[in-house]
Design a protein around this ligand. Structure first.
Ligand SMILES: Cc1cc2nc3c(=O)[nH]c(=O)nc-3n(C[C@H](O)[C@H](O)[C@H](O)COP(=O)(O)OP(=O)(O)OC[C@H]3O[C@@H](n4cnc5c(N)ncnc54)[C@H](O)[C@@H]3O)c2cc1C
Length: 432
Protein backbone atom coordinates (compact mmCIF):
# COMPACT_ATOMS: atom_id res chain seq x y z
CA UNK A 1 0.00 0.00 0.00
CA UNK A 2 1.45 3.33 -1.00
CA UNK A 3 0.09 6.79 -0.64
CA UNK A 4 1.42 9.49 -2.83
CA UNK A 5 1.13 13.08 -1.72
CA UNK A 6 1.93 15.84 -4.15
CA UNK A 7 1.77 19.49 -3.08
CA UNK A 8 -0.99 21.22 -4.98
CA UNK A 9 -2.70 17.98 -5.82
CA UNK A 10 -6.26 17.09 -4.97
CA UNK A 11 -5.27 14.88 -2.06
CA UNK A 12 -6.09 16.24 1.34
CA UNK A 13 -3.19 17.15 3.58
CA UNK A 14 -3.22 14.89 6.56
CA UNK A 15 -0.86 16.91 8.74
CA UNK A 16 2.10 19.26 8.92
CA UNK A 17 5.14 19.50 11.16
CA UNK A 18 7.25 22.67 11.13
CA UNK A 19 5.46 23.64 7.96
CA UNK A 20 6.26 20.38 6.20
CA UNK A 21 3.22 18.54 4.93
CA UNK A 22 2.93 14.83 5.32
CA UNK A 23 0.37 12.20 4.73
CA UNK A 24 0.12 9.00 6.67
CA UNK A 25 -1.95 5.92 6.97
CA UNK A 26 -2.56 4.31 10.33
CA UNK A 27 -3.95 0.95 11.21
CA UNK A 28 -6.95 0.50 13.44
CA UNK A 29 -4.68 0.59 16.49
CA UNK A 30 -3.32 3.96 15.47
CA UNK A 31 0.17 2.77 14.43
CA UNK A 32 1.64 4.62 11.47
CA UNK A 33 1.82 2.15 8.64
CA UNK A 34 3.06 4.48 5.94
CA UNK A 35 4.04 8.08 5.99
CA UNK A 36 5.26 10.22 3.14
CA UNK A 37 6.94 13.53 3.78
CA UNK A 38 7.82 15.78 0.90
CA UNK A 39 10.41 18.43 1.38
CA UNK A 40 13.15 20.19 -0.52
CA UNK A 41 16.30 22.03 0.54
CA UNK A 42 18.34 21.83 3.76
CA UNK A 43 15.81 23.58 6.01
CA UNK A 44 13.06 21.46 4.62
CA UNK A 45 15.22 18.36 5.17
CA UNK A 46 15.44 19.22 8.87
CA UNK A 47 11.72 19.87 9.04
CA UNK A 48 11.03 16.60 7.26
CA UNK A 49 13.24 14.82 9.75
CA UNK A 50 11.34 16.48 12.57
CA UNK A 51 8.12 15.20 11.08
CA UNK A 52 9.60 11.74 10.86
CA UNK A 53 10.87 11.84 14.46
CA UNK A 54 7.57 13.14 15.76
CA UNK A 55 5.78 10.25 14.16
CA UNK A 56 8.38 7.80 15.43
CA UNK A 57 7.94 9.24 18.92
CA UNK A 58 4.19 8.91 18.72
CA UNK A 59 4.47 5.35 17.51
CA UNK A 60 7.02 4.50 20.20
CA UNK A 61 4.71 5.88 22.88
CA UNK A 62 1.86 3.84 21.49
CA UNK A 63 4.12 0.78 21.36
CA UNK A 64 4.99 1.16 25.05
CA UNK A 65 1.37 1.64 26.02
CA UNK A 66 0.39 -1.40 24.00
CA UNK A 67 3.22 -3.58 25.30
CA UNK A 68 1.93 -3.10 28.85
CA UNK A 69 -1.61 -4.03 27.90
CA UNK A 70 -1.29 -6.57 25.01
CA UNK A 71 2.45 -7.42 24.93
CA UNK A 72 2.22 -7.50 21.09
CA UNK A 73 5.26 -6.55 19.04
CA UNK A 74 4.83 -3.51 16.84
CA UNK A 75 7.33 -3.15 13.99
CA UNK A 76 9.68 -0.22 14.16
CA UNK A 77 9.30 2.38 11.44
CA UNK A 78 11.76 2.49 8.57
CA UNK A 79 12.78 5.63 6.74
CA UNK A 80 13.31 5.03 3.06
CA UNK A 81 14.47 7.73 0.68
CA UNK A 82 11.92 8.41 -2.03
CA UNK A 83 13.85 7.80 -5.25
CA UNK A 84 11.18 8.21 -7.82
CA UNK A 85 9.00 10.84 -9.45
CA UNK A 86 8.19 13.86 -7.35
CA UNK A 87 10.20 16.49 -5.57
CA UNK A 88 13.67 15.84 -4.24
CA UNK A 89 14.11 14.73 -0.65
CA UNK A 90 10.84 13.04 -0.08
CA UNK A 91 10.88 10.38 2.61
CA UNK A 92 8.70 7.41 3.16
CA UNK A 93 8.26 5.68 6.45
CA UNK A 94 6.96 2.18 6.02
CA UNK A 95 6.05 -0.23 8.73
CA UNK A 96 3.72 -2.60 6.97
CA UNK A 97 3.05 -4.21 3.63
CA UNK A 98 4.34 -2.11 0.78
CA UNK A 99 3.72 -2.67 -2.88
CA UNK A 100 4.19 -0.60 -6.00
CA UNK A 101 1.50 1.56 -7.47
CA UNK A 102 1.21 3.76 -10.53
CA UNK A 103 3.41 6.79 -10.17
CA UNK A 104 4.06 6.00 -6.54
CA UNK A 105 7.33 6.04 -4.69
CA UNK A 106 9.97 4.04 -6.42
CA UNK A 107 11.91 1.36 -4.70
CA UNK A 108 13.47 -1.51 -6.43
CA UNK A 109 12.10 -4.98 -5.86
CA UNK A 110 15.32 -6.04 -4.22
CA UNK A 111 15.60 -2.74 -2.35
CA UNK A 112 12.71 -3.27 0.04
CA UNK A 113 11.09 -6.34 1.44
CA UNK A 114 7.45 -6.72 2.16
CA UNK A 115 7.90 -5.57 5.72
CA UNK A 116 9.14 -2.26 4.44
CA UNK A 117 12.73 -3.00 5.45
CA UNK A 118 15.71 -2.16 3.32
CA UNK A 119 17.51 -5.15 1.90
CA UNK A 120 20.91 -5.36 0.23
CA UNK A 121 19.45 -5.14 -3.32
CA UNK A 122 19.94 -2.24 -5.75
CA UNK A 123 17.78 0.85 -6.10
CA UNK A 124 17.40 2.48 -9.51
CA UNK A 125 17.87 6.22 -10.04
CA UNK A 126 15.23 6.42 -12.76
CA UNK A 127 12.03 4.63 -13.59
CA UNK A 128 12.76 4.93 -17.30
CA UNK A 129 15.79 5.71 -19.39
CA UNK A 130 14.93 6.56 -23.00
CA UNK A 131 17.84 6.24 -25.43
CA UNK A 132 17.35 8.52 -28.44
CA UNK A 133 15.52 11.81 -28.96
CA UNK A 134 13.85 11.48 -32.35
CA UNK A 135 10.05 11.26 -32.65
CA UNK A 136 9.96 7.87 -30.89
CA UNK A 137 12.21 8.81 -27.96
CA UNK A 138 10.63 12.20 -27.26
CA UNK A 139 7.12 10.80 -27.44
CA UNK A 140 8.11 8.01 -25.04
CA UNK A 141 9.52 10.68 -22.70
CA UNK A 142 6.31 12.75 -22.83
CA UNK A 143 4.15 9.73 -22.02
CA UNK A 144 6.50 8.44 -19.30
CA UNK A 145 6.81 11.76 -17.48
CA UNK A 146 3.08 12.40 -17.68
CA UNK A 147 2.61 9.00 -16.01
CA UNK A 148 4.78 10.36 -13.19
CA UNK A 149 7.73 8.14 -14.04
CA UNK A 150 11.13 9.63 -13.35
CA UNK A 151 12.62 9.76 -16.82
CA UNK A 152 16.06 10.36 -18.27
CA UNK A 153 16.51 10.88 -22.01
CA UNK A 154 19.95 10.14 -23.40
CA UNK A 155 19.36 12.27 -26.45
CA UNK A 156 22.34 11.38 -28.64
CA UNK A 157 24.85 13.64 -30.34
CA UNK A 158 22.40 14.22 -33.20
CA UNK A 159 19.60 15.21 -30.83
CA UNK A 160 16.25 15.35 -32.62
CA UNK A 161 16.98 12.49 -35.00
CA UNK A 162 16.45 12.20 -38.73
CA UNK A 163 14.03 15.11 -39.09
CA UNK A 164 16.86 17.46 -38.14
CA UNK A 165 18.27 17.00 -41.64
CA UNK A 166 15.10 17.71 -43.56
CA UNK A 167 13.26 20.88 -44.48
CA UNK A 168 9.49 20.75 -44.94
CA UNK A 169 7.49 18.12 -43.12
CA UNK A 170 4.02 18.21 -44.63
CA UNK A 171 2.55 14.92 -43.47
CA UNK A 172 2.83 15.28 -39.71
CA UNK A 173 -0.70 15.81 -38.40
CA UNK A 174 -1.53 19.10 -36.70
CA UNK A 175 0.49 21.38 -38.97
CA UNK A 176 -1.81 22.35 -41.85
CA UNK A 177 0.87 24.53 -43.42
CA UNK A 178 3.69 22.06 -42.83
CA UNK A 179 6.63 22.66 -40.53
CA UNK A 180 10.41 22.55 -40.85
CA UNK A 181 11.91 19.32 -39.47
CA UNK A 182 14.24 21.00 -36.91
CA UNK A 183 11.43 23.31 -35.76
CA UNK A 184 9.12 20.34 -35.20
CA UNK A 185 11.79 18.56 -33.17
CA UNK A 186 12.47 21.65 -31.08
CA UNK A 187 8.78 21.89 -30.17
CA UNK A 188 8.71 18.17 -29.43
CA UNK A 189 11.65 18.46 -27.06
CA UNK A 190 10.16 21.48 -25.29
CA UNK A 191 7.04 19.42 -24.67
CA UNK A 192 9.10 16.63 -23.08
CA UNK A 193 11.06 19.15 -20.99
CA UNK A 194 7.83 20.75 -19.80
CA UNK A 195 6.95 17.50 -18.04
CA UNK A 196 10.41 17.43 -16.43
CA UNK A 197 12.20 14.76 -18.41
CA UNK A 198 15.95 15.03 -17.71
CA UNK A 199 18.24 15.17 -20.75
CA UNK A 200 21.84 14.17 -21.48
CA UNK A 201 22.89 15.47 -24.90
CA UNK A 202 25.32 12.73 -25.71
CA UNK A 203 25.38 9.18 -27.03
CA UNK A 204 24.90 6.14 -24.87
CA UNK A 205 28.18 4.29 -25.24
CA UNK A 206 27.56 1.11 -23.28
CA UNK A 207 24.62 -0.72 -21.76
CA UNK A 208 24.04 -3.55 -19.36
CA UNK A 209 20.42 -4.55 -19.87
CA UNK A 210 20.80 -8.05 -18.50
CA UNK A 211 20.94 -7.23 -14.79
CA UNK A 212 18.72 -5.13 -12.55
CA UNK A 213 18.88 -2.22 -12.31
CA UNK A 214 19.37 -1.70 -16.04
CA UNK A 215 22.47 0.41 -16.73
CA UNK A 216 23.29 2.89 -19.46
CA UNK A 217 26.60 4.71 -19.77
CA UNK A 218 27.16 8.06 -21.48
CA UNK A 219 29.99 10.55 -21.09
CA UNK A 220 31.65 8.01 -18.75
CA UNK A 221 28.71 8.36 -16.42
CA UNK A 222 26.50 5.44 -15.50
CA UNK A 223 22.76 5.88 -15.04
CA UNK A 224 20.45 3.12 -13.96
CA UNK A 225 16.75 2.54 -14.29
CA UNK A 226 14.05 -0.04 -13.85
CA UNK A 227 13.09 0.08 -17.52
CA UNK A 228 14.81 1.17 -20.72
CA UNK A 229 13.21 2.30 -23.98
CA UNK A 230 15.51 1.97 -26.98
CA UNK A 231 14.65 4.60 -29.63
CA UNK A 232 17.95 5.05 -31.42
CA UNK A 233 16.45 5.06 -34.92
CA UNK A 234 18.16 4.20 -38.17
CA UNK A 235 20.25 6.32 -40.50
CA UNK A 236 19.65 6.34 -44.23
CA UNK A 237 22.69 5.27 -46.26
CA UNK A 238 23.89 7.92 -48.68
CA UNK A 239 26.15 7.71 -51.72
CA UNK A 240 28.82 9.95 -50.20
CA UNK A 241 29.03 12.36 -53.16
CA UNK A 242 30.15 15.93 -52.41
CA UNK A 243 27.13 17.60 -54.01
CA UNK A 244 24.73 15.10 -52.46
CA UNK A 245 25.22 16.56 -48.99
CA UNK A 246 24.69 20.11 -50.26
CA UNK A 247 21.46 19.21 -52.06
CA UNK A 248 19.85 17.10 -49.32
CA UNK A 249 16.33 18.46 -48.89
CA UNK A 250 16.71 20.34 -52.20
CA UNK A 251 16.03 17.42 -54.49
CA UNK A 252 18.11 14.72 -52.81
CA UNK A 253 16.02 12.54 -50.51
CA UNK A 254 16.01 9.17 -48.82
CA UNK A 255 12.26 8.95 -48.32
CA UNK A 256 9.69 8.94 -51.12
CA UNK A 257 6.72 8.81 -48.73
CA UNK A 258 8.08 11.95 -47.08
CA UNK A 259 9.19 13.93 -50.11
CA UNK A 260 7.58 12.36 -53.19
CA UNK A 261 4.72 14.85 -53.14
CA UNK A 262 7.17 17.70 -53.85
CA UNK A 263 8.02 16.05 -57.19
CA UNK A 264 4.51 15.70 -58.57
CA UNK A 265 4.61 15.67 -62.39
CA UNK A 266 8.43 15.85 -62.48
CA UNK A 267 11.22 13.47 -63.57
CA UNK A 268 13.07 11.66 -60.81
CA UNK A 269 15.72 8.96 -60.37
CA UNK A 270 15.91 6.22 -57.76
CA UNK A 271 19.20 4.52 -56.83
CA UNK A 272 19.10 0.93 -55.55
CA UNK A 273 18.10 -2.62 -56.39
CA UNK A 274 16.42 -4.07 -53.31
CA UNK A 275 12.82 -4.17 -52.16
CA UNK A 276 13.13 -0.67 -50.70
CA UNK A 277 14.19 0.75 -54.07
CA UNK A 278 11.27 -1.02 -55.77
CA UNK A 279 8.85 0.39 -53.18
CA UNK A 280 10.24 3.88 -53.51
CA UNK A 281 10.07 3.74 -57.33
CA UNK A 282 6.52 2.35 -57.33
CA UNK A 283 5.37 5.02 -54.91
CA UNK A 284 6.96 7.76 -57.02
CA UNK A 285 5.57 6.32 -60.26
CA UNK A 286 2.09 7.32 -59.07
CA UNK A 287 3.14 10.94 -58.57
CA UNK A 288 5.95 11.69 -61.00
CA UNK A 289 6.11 11.97 -64.78
CA UNK A 290 8.99 9.49 -65.11
CA UNK A 291 11.05 7.40 -62.72
CA UNK A 292 14.51 6.13 -63.71
CA UNK A 293 15.81 3.33 -61.49
CA UNK A 294 19.61 3.33 -61.58
CA UNK A 295 21.22 0.06 -60.54
CA UNK A 296 24.90 -0.94 -60.51
CA UNK A 297 24.25 -4.57 -61.50
CA UNK A 298 22.32 -6.24 -64.28
CA UNK A 299 19.73 -7.76 -61.97
CA UNK A 300 17.83 -6.67 -58.89
CA UNK A 301 18.09 -8.44 -55.57
CA UNK A 302 14.49 -7.38 -54.80
CA UNK A 303 11.78 -10.04 -54.50
CA UNK A 304 10.27 -11.31 -57.77
CA UNK A 305 6.84 -9.89 -56.97
CA UNK A 306 8.23 -6.40 -56.42
CA UNK A 307 10.26 -6.59 -59.62
CA UNK A 308 7.18 -7.70 -61.58
CA UNK A 309 5.23 -4.74 -60.25
CA UNK A 310 8.02 -2.39 -61.19
CA UNK A 311 8.39 -3.73 -64.73
CA UNK A 312 4.62 -3.39 -65.19
CA UNK A 313 4.72 0.35 -64.46
CA UNK A 314 4.45 2.40 -67.63
CA UNK A 315 6.49 5.41 -66.52
CA UNK A 316 9.40 3.50 -64.90
CA UNK A 317 12.58 2.68 -66.79
CA UNK A 318 15.57 0.78 -65.47
CA UNK A 319 19.15 1.87 -66.17
CA UNK A 320 21.28 -1.26 -65.54
CA UNK A 321 25.01 -1.37 -64.82
CA UNK A 322 25.28 2.29 -63.86
CA UNK A 323 26.29 4.21 -60.77
CA UNK A 324 25.64 7.85 -59.91
CA UNK A 325 28.95 9.74 -59.82
CA UNK A 326 27.65 13.27 -59.30
CA UNK A 327 24.50 15.18 -58.44
CA UNK A 328 24.06 18.22 -60.65
CA UNK A 329 22.60 21.55 -59.61
CA UNK A 330 23.47 24.48 -57.42
CA UNK A 331 20.43 25.52 -55.37
CA UNK A 332 18.38 22.44 -56.34
CA UNK A 333 18.86 19.22 -58.23
CA UNK A 334 18.64 19.52 -62.01
CA UNK A 335 20.27 16.25 -63.00
CA UNK A 336 22.57 13.35 -62.15
CA UNK A 337 25.79 12.19 -63.82
CA UNK A 338 25.86 8.43 -64.22
CA UNK A 339 28.66 6.09 -65.26
CA UNK A 340 28.51 2.70 -66.92
CA UNK A 341 30.43 0.31 -64.65
CA UNK A 342 31.44 -1.87 -67.62
CA UNK A 343 32.53 0.72 -70.18
CA UNK A 344 33.31 3.69 -67.90
CA UNK A 345 31.21 5.96 -70.17
CA UNK A 346 29.48 8.88 -68.42
CA UNK A 347 26.26 10.64 -69.28
CA UNK A 348 23.97 13.23 -67.67
CA UNK A 349 20.37 12.47 -66.89
CA UNK A 350 17.94 15.34 -66.49
CA UNK A 351 15.94 14.83 -63.29
CA UNK A 352 14.63 17.16 -60.58
CA UNK A 353 14.77 14.61 -57.78
CA UNK A 354 17.18 11.89 -56.68
CA UNK A 355 15.95 9.28 -54.22
CA UNK A 356 18.65 7.20 -52.58
CA UNK A 357 17.22 3.79 -51.66
CA UNK A 358 20.28 1.76 -50.75
CA UNK A 359 19.20 0.92 -47.22
CA UNK A 360 19.38 2.13 -43.66
CA UNK A 361 21.78 1.46 -40.81
CA UNK A 362 19.94 0.95 -37.53
CA UNK A 363 21.83 2.43 -34.57
CA UNK A 364 22.05 -0.83 -32.60
CA UNK A 365 25.79 -1.47 -32.21
CA UNK A 366 25.82 -0.97 -28.44
CA UNK A 367 22.98 -3.46 -27.95
CA UNK A 368 24.66 -6.34 -29.78
CA UNK A 369 25.05 -9.45 -27.66
CA UNK A 370 22.22 -8.36 -25.37
CA UNK A 371 19.17 -7.55 -27.50
CA UNK A 372 17.98 -9.83 -30.30
CA UNK A 373 18.87 -8.15 -33.58
CA UNK A 374 18.02 -9.28 -37.12
CA UNK A 375 20.67 -9.74 -39.83
CA UNK A 376 20.13 -6.15 -41.07
CA UNK A 377 20.75 -4.77 -37.59
CA UNK A 378 17.16 -3.99 -36.58
CA UNK A 379 16.01 -4.83 -33.07
CA UNK A 380 13.63 -7.78 -33.06
CA UNK A 381 10.54 -7.16 -31.00
CA UNK A 382 9.33 -10.04 -28.87
CA UNK A 383 5.75 -8.78 -28.60
CA UNK A 384 3.37 -10.35 -26.15
CA UNK A 385 -0.34 -9.72 -25.80
CA UNK A 386 0.41 -7.39 -22.93
CA UNK A 387 3.64 -5.74 -24.06
CA UNK A 388 3.67 -5.05 -27.80
CA UNK A 389 7.01 -3.24 -27.77
CA UNK A 390 8.83 -5.81 -25.62
CA UNK A 391 12.29 -7.00 -26.60
CA UNK A 392 13.87 -10.28 -25.54
CA UNK A 393 15.02 -8.69 -22.25
CA UNK A 394 12.65 -8.02 -19.35
CA UNK A 395 11.95 -4.31 -18.82
CA UNK A 396 13.55 -3.30 -22.14
CA UNK A 397 11.26 -1.92 -24.84
CA UNK A 398 12.00 -0.63 -28.35
CA UNK A 399 10.28 2.08 -30.38
CA UNK A 400 10.50 3.62 -33.83
CA UNK A 401 12.81 3.10 -36.78
CA UNK A 402 15.23 1.07 -34.66
CA UNK A 403 12.91 -1.91 -35.10
CA UNK A 404 10.45 -0.69 -37.74
CA UNK A 405 11.93 -1.01 -41.22
CA UNK A 406 8.49 -1.08 -42.78
CA UNK A 407 6.81 2.27 -42.17
CA UNK A 408 9.71 4.59 -41.19
CA UNK A 409 7.61 7.71 -40.58
CA UNK A 410 7.68 10.33 -37.85
CA UNK A 411 4.07 9.65 -36.98
CA UNK A 412 4.55 5.87 -36.74
CA UNK A 413 7.75 6.34 -34.69
CA UNK A 414 5.78 8.63 -32.35
CA UNK A 415 3.07 5.98 -32.09
CA UNK A 416 5.62 3.33 -31.16
CA UNK A 417 7.13 5.76 -28.63
CA UNK A 418 3.81 6.13 -26.84
CA UNK A 419 3.27 2.36 -26.91
CA UNK A 420 6.70 1.71 -25.40
CA UNK A 421 6.10 4.21 -22.58
CA UNK A 422 2.70 2.69 -21.82
CA UNK A 423 4.29 -0.76 -21.83
CA UNK A 424 7.04 0.44 -19.48
CA UNK A 425 4.46 1.96 -17.16
CA UNK A 426 2.41 -1.25 -17.08
CA UNK A 427 5.59 -3.24 -16.55
CA UNK A 428 6.46 -1.13 -13.50
CA UNK A 429 2.91 -1.35 -12.19
CA UNK A 430 3.20 -5.10 -12.30
CA UNK A 431 6.30 -4.92 -10.17
CA UNK A 432 8.88 -5.36 -12.92
C1 LIG B 1 15.75 13.30 -45.03
C2 LIG B 1 14.59 12.69 -44.32
C3 LIG B 1 13.34 13.29 -44.44
C4 LIG B 1 12.25 12.73 -43.78
N1 LIG B 1 11.04 13.33 -43.90
C5 LIG B 1 9.97 12.83 -43.26
C6 LIG B 1 8.70 13.44 -43.36
O1 LIG B 1 8.53 14.44 -44.05
N2 LIG B 1 7.68 12.88 -42.67
C7 LIG B 1 7.82 11.75 -41.91
O2 LIG B 1 6.86 11.31 -41.30
N3 LIG B 1 9.01 11.15 -41.81
C8 LIG B 1 10.09 11.66 -42.45
N4 LIG B 1 11.30 11.02 -42.37
C9 LIG B 1 11.39 9.80 -41.60
C10 LIG B 1 11.44 10.12 -40.11
O3 LIG B 1 12.42 11.11 -39.91
C11 LIG B 1 11.78 8.89 -39.29
O4 LIG B 1 10.85 7.89 -39.56
C12 LIG B 1 11.73 9.23 -37.80
O5 LIG B 1 12.60 10.27 -37.52
C13 LIG B 1 12.10 8.01 -36.97
O6 LIG B 1 12.09 8.40 -35.64
P1 LIG B 1 12.91 7.62 -34.53
O7 LIG B 1 12.72 8.37 -33.28
O8 LIG B 1 12.55 6.19 -34.55
O9 LIG B 1 14.43 7.68 -34.99
P2 LIG B 1 15.38 8.89 -35.36
O10 LIG B 1 14.65 10.07 -35.86
O11 LIG B 1 16.41 8.27 -36.24
O12 LIG B 1 16.03 9.29 -33.97
C14 LIG B 1 16.95 8.46 -33.34
C15 LIG B 1 17.65 9.23 -32.25
O13 LIG B 1 18.49 8.34 -31.52
C16 LIG B 1 19.74 8.95 -31.32
N5 LIG B 1 20.76 7.93 -31.10
C17 LIG B 1 21.29 7.04 -31.96
N6 LIG B 1 22.22 6.29 -31.35
C18 LIG B 1 22.27 6.73 -30.07
C19 LIG B 1 23.02 6.37 -28.92
N7 LIG B 1 23.95 5.42 -28.95
N8 LIG B 1 22.84 7.05 -27.76
C20 LIG B 1 21.89 8.04 -27.69
N9 LIG B 1 21.14 8.40 -28.75
C21 LIG B 1 21.33 7.76 -29.92
C22 LIG B 1 19.96 9.78 -32.57
O14 LIG B 1 20.94 10.76 -32.34
C23 LIG B 1 18.57 10.36 -32.73
O15 LIG B 1 18.40 11.47 -31.92
C24 LIG B 1 12.41 11.56 -43.01
C25 LIG B 1 13.67 10.96 -42.90
C26 LIG B 1 14.75 11.52 -43.55
C27 LIG B 1 16.10 10.89 -43.40
Amino acid sequence: MIVRFVPGSQEKEKGAVTGVPFTSIRNAAGDVLIMIVLASGVDADCAALAAVLKTEKETEARRKRRQTTHSRRIPHPRVIPHMSAGPRNAFLIGMANVSRSRGGPDFHKEGINNAGRLTAGPMASYDVIVIGSGPAGLTAAIYATRANLKTLVIAGTVAGGQLMITTDVENYPGFPNGILGPELMELWRKQAERFKAAFVDDDATKVDLTHKPLKVWSMDEMNDARTVIVATGANAKWLGLPNEEKLKGKGVSACSTCDGFFFKGLDVAVVGGGDTAMEEALYLSKLCKTVSVIHRRHEFRASKIMQDRLFASQNVKVIWDHVVVDVLGDKKVDGVRIQNVKTGAKQDLKVQGLFIAIGHTPATEIFRGQLDIDPRGYILLRSTEEFRTATNLPGVFAAGDVHDHRYRQAVTAAGFGSMAALDAERWLQKGG
